[in-house]
Design a protein around this ligand. Sequence first.
Ligand code: FMN
Length: 175
Amino acid sequence: MSTRLILGLVSSACYGVDTRLRRELAEPAAARGWRLAITLTPTATRWLSANGELDRLAELTDLPVRSEPRLPSEPKPYRTPDAFVFAPASANSVAKLALGIADNQALTALMEAVGAQGIPVVVRPQADPAQRGHPAWRRHLVTLREAGVYLDDGAPEDSWESSLDVVGSLVGGIG
Ligand SMILES: Cc1cc2nc3c(=O)[nH]c(=O)nc-3n(C[C@H](O)[C@H](O)[C@H](O)COP(=O)(O)O)c2cc1C
């Protein structure tokens, strides 16, 4: 049984996820020593399956890349991850996470991690000015911050790898 720390790497359907997720997050995280538990929203799964990235992500980890919830008759595929990075996080999924809506496997994992408290969760929102202008946006971020979530907000063109630096420091220095 592996004793390596598990990173829950969760991604949603944001611009660039189909090309940047593996290069800027999954490969660097694996290189830093994380065992990857990758979960994608259904839309992100469709995008990454269309360009073959889903298979390339699967090669980086011994754990299944998830998007579907398990059947009640199936065991959990792995233990609860030691920490989570949710990047990129769409306006849609940020709103759902803040409200506690868990209508897909990605949000189920994140929502339980936030609610459990004590599991480091880093969220990198990627939303355009119109999405950020929605009246509920600011409140969603406040809710997440108050729940102990670390918001690694940044310009969309900046590397997403900074979220790995943050989660590494939160768990005590991996990477
Ligand atoms: C090409 C493309 C790029 C998109 N980029 C973003 C983005 O960067 N941020 C965002 O919040 N939504 C973006 N969207 C909209 C989301 O994909 C859409 O709201 C979707 O329902 C999000 O689903 P998810 O949060 O379940 O992954 C984009 C849509 C398309 C078609």
